[in-house]
Design a binder for this molecule. Structure first.
Ligand SMILES: [Fe+2]
Ligand SMILES: [Fe+2]
Length: 214
């Protein structure tokens, strides 16, 4: 279904369902960008491989959440231009999802087994943020993306130096997430109250510390 500005609520529900299936099973819409790690190389010990796989599984889970948040916000967004923007950003997040999934397979590992949980929980949070109002929804994006940038900085420091393939992916994702935050703010995003920021950090912490192992 084309994601035109005139989508009805029923159309948006179908798109959210389509995104849920594509995210959990694979094959959602992408922007056509190349795999950032294509030309990078580096040998890993068994311990490094396992640590990198844990970190990339966390990033993959974060991208599942990003799909659900953007689609949830698009579901309840009032402004058609904002909705188009959200769908476009979701396609970029889907690039990240595919890159993390490919890297996990290169590391002989797998995505989080709790993908449906991450998706459903985040879809609800995204739909709620969208329903509160477009400027709050944009503020929620900016805060989320800024927290993701900080998280990716932490992963960049934690990844083995020799895992240049994962590092290239994380670097490219960080650039995109920082731009997503800037775009949301310049589109009129409201700064979220401090307790909400803290609650978001706590929710993300639960997901990231679980997805490393499960
Ligand atoms: Fe992302
Ligand atoms: Fe993003």
């Amino acid at each position: 279904m084309p994601r035109t500005p005139a989508l009805s609520i029923a159309d948006r529900c179908i798109l959210a369902l389509d995104s849920a299936l594509a995210t959990v099973v694979g094959g959602g819409a992408r922007t056509g960008r190349d795999y950032p790690a294509e030309s990078a190389n580096g040998a890993l010990s068994e311990g490094e491989r396992r640590h990198s796989a844990g970190l990339m599984r966390v990033n993959h889970a974060g991208e599942i959440a990003a799909q659900a948040l953007y689609n949830g916000q698009a579901l309840t967004a009032r402004d058609a231009a904002l909705r188009s923007h959200l769908y476009r950003a979701a396609d970029e997040e889907n690039d990240h999802l595919a890159w993390c999934e490919r890297r996990l397979s290169e590391l002989h590992s797998r995505p989080s087994r709790l993908a449906p949980v991450w998706y459903c929980g985040s879809l609800g949070i995204g739909a709620l943020a969208g329903a509160i109002g477009d400027r709050w929804s944009l503020g929620f994006i900016a805060e989320t993306e800024n927290q993701v940038v900080a998280h990716l900085d932490g992963h960049f420091a934690a990844l083995p130096e020799s895992d240049t393939r994962s590092r290239e992916i994380v670097h490219r994702m960080r650039e995109d997430e920082a731009r997503h935050a800037r775009e949301a703010l310049s589109a009129g995003g409201q700064k979220l109250p401090f307790p909400v920021q803290k609650l978001m950090q706590l929710t993300a912490k639960i997901m990231t510390s679980t997805a490393y192992y499960v």
